[in-house]
Write a protein that binds this ligand. Structure first.
Ligand code: HEC
Length: 95
């Protein structure tokens, strides 16, 4: 992993892992695979399986997800938001 990606992974782990999963960033906040019962309402999409584009990640960060309901807006801003978005665009949806 490149140094810039490592920073993105670290930022993801610190700011997003409570609600999203991505193994490469050691994050397991989404609903467990195979779990069918409605879990915590904060469980967000699993980025091991969901592929995100850089622009979609930036949109979600600015607006608090796509629904604007649960995910808080602007958890990371500026350069950090760019790094998380680039990291996610690179590593999401690999499974
Ligand atoms: C408090 C829980 C919470 C945190 C923290 C959180 N999210 Fe979310 N996120 C959600 C939920 C729930 C959804 C699904 C509902 C929606 O889109 O509004 C979501 C949706 C998304 C989506 C849209 C996914 C799709 O394809 O529908 C992206 C991208 C995203 N989050 C990225 C991030 C990033 C990057 C961070 C960290 C900077 C983050 N989230 C932090 C709960 C969270």
């Amino acid at each position: 992993m490149k140094e810039a990606d490592r920073t993105g992974a670290q930022l993801f782990y610190e700011n997003c892992s409570g609600c999203h999963s991505l193994a490469v960033a050691n994050s397991y906040g989404s609903k467990a695979p195979g779990e069918t019962k409605p879990g915590e309402r904060t469980n967000g999409p699993d980025f091991n399986v969901r592929k995100e584009s850089r622009d979609d990640v930036l949109f979600a960060i600015r607006n608090g997800g796509f629904s604007g309901a649960i995910m808080p807006a602007n958890i990371v801003v500026g350069e950090e938001a760019q790094k998380v978005a680039e990291f996610l665009a690179q590593y999401s949806g690999k499974k």
